[in-house]
Design a protein. Structure first.
Length: 255
C-alpha cells in the first residue's frame, strides 16, 4: 500500500486530489486485511485523497461501517448490540430499556430512536447530536484494535442524508486510534524506511492542548523539529520502542 504523507502536524504537505493515481491499482490499496495493513493507513488514504463512500471492516461475525464524505467520517455503524445507539443510551444511564420500549409503542415504531427520545423530552437535539458523534467516534476507534479483520472501501456518493452527517475529523481519530495499535511489525511497516529524512510539521490541522500529548509524543515533536533521519530520532528517545514507533507514525513526515 502506498504510504501517502499525512502527518497530523503537517497539513500543508497534503497532496491535492489532482495528484490521485488512476487505474485499478489504487483500488487494491483499499481492499485487504488489517493483518497486513494497519487501519490507520487505510483511513489515511481515504482522508488524503478526499474520498466519499463507505469502509466496511469485518472481524468474525462483527461488521463495522464508516461512512465518508470527501475524506470526513460522517457516520459510523455496527451490527454489534453494544454499538446500537439505543443500547448506548441504556448503558450510559440516559434512559431505561422500559422507557425506550414504551416510547416506541406510543409512536408505533415508525421513528428513529433519537426522534423518539427528543419527542419524549429525554434528549434535546443538541444532546442527541453529541451522543451520536460520541458513538460514531467510539465505533471508529474500535477498528484500530482489530488485528485480523478484512476491510474494503466502496467509493461512491455518500449515502448518509445531509441532516444526519457528523463531520468527524480523521486527524483526531488518528490521534487517539494510533495509540491503540499493538502490532509492532505493522507499525514498523507503516513507518517505511528508517533511513529517510523526516521532520515534524508546523501546522496542526486542529487546535489541541499540549496536555493531550503523551511524554513520548512531546519528545518526538521536539526531536523532529529539524529534519533528521527517522532512525536517529528513534534511537535517542529513551522510551518503549513501540511507543516511540507509534509517536513517529503520528507526528513525522518526509522532510
Amino acid at each position: 500500500m502506498k504510504n501517502y504523507p499525512l502527518n497530523l502536524f503537517d497539513s500543508e504537505m497534503e497532496p491535492k486530489p489532482a495528484d490521485r493515481p488512476t487505474g485499478e491499482a489504487e483500488l487494491a490499496e483499499l481492499v485487504g486485511s488489517t493483518s497486513q495493513v494497519p487501519i490507520s493507513e487505510v483511513l489515511k488514504t481515504i482522508c488524503q485523497m478526499e474520498l466519499s463512500g463507505d469502509l466496511q471492516i469485518v472481524s468474525g461475525r462483527s461488521m463495522r461501517t464508516l461512512y465518508f464524505d470527501r475524506g470526513f467520517i460522517v457516520f459510523a455503524g455496527s451490527n454489534l448490540k453494544k454499538d446500537r445507539l439505543g443500547q448506548r443510551f441504556i448503558d450510559s444511564g440516559i434512559v431505561s430499556q422500559k422507557a425506550i420500549d414504551d416510547a416506541f409503542r406510543r409512536t408505533g415504531g415508525r421513528k428513529r430512536i433519537g426522534e423518539v427520545l427528543i419527542q419524549e423530552g429525554v434528549l434535546t437535539e443538541e444532546g442527541l447530536g453529541r451522543e451520536v458523534a460520541r458513538q460514531a467516534k467510539r465505533i471508529a476507534l474500535t477498528t484500530y484494535v482489530l488485528d485480523n479483520a478484512v476491510y474494503s472501501f466502496d467509493e461512491r456518493r455518500c449515502a448518509i442524508p445531509m441532516e444526519l452527517r457528523l463531520g468527524l475529523s480523521v486527524y483526531r481519530i488518528q490521534l487517539e486510534g494510533i495509540r491503540y495499535l499493538s502490532n509492532a511489525q505493522l507499525i514498523h511497516k507503516a513507518l517505511g524506511s528508517l533511513d529517510r529524512s523526516v521532520r515534524a510539521g508546523k501546522v496542526p490541522p486542529f487546535s489541541f492542548k499540549e496536555s493531550e500529548l503523551r511524554p513520548v509524543e512531546r519528545e518526538i515533536l521536539e526531536r523532529a523539529s529539524e529534519a533528521s533521519r527517522l532512525r536517529r530520532i528513534m534511537e535517542v528517545v529513551e522510551e518503549d520502542d513501540e511507543d516511540v514507533m507509534r509517536a513517529c507514525l503520528l507526528y513525522t513526515s518526509d522532510a
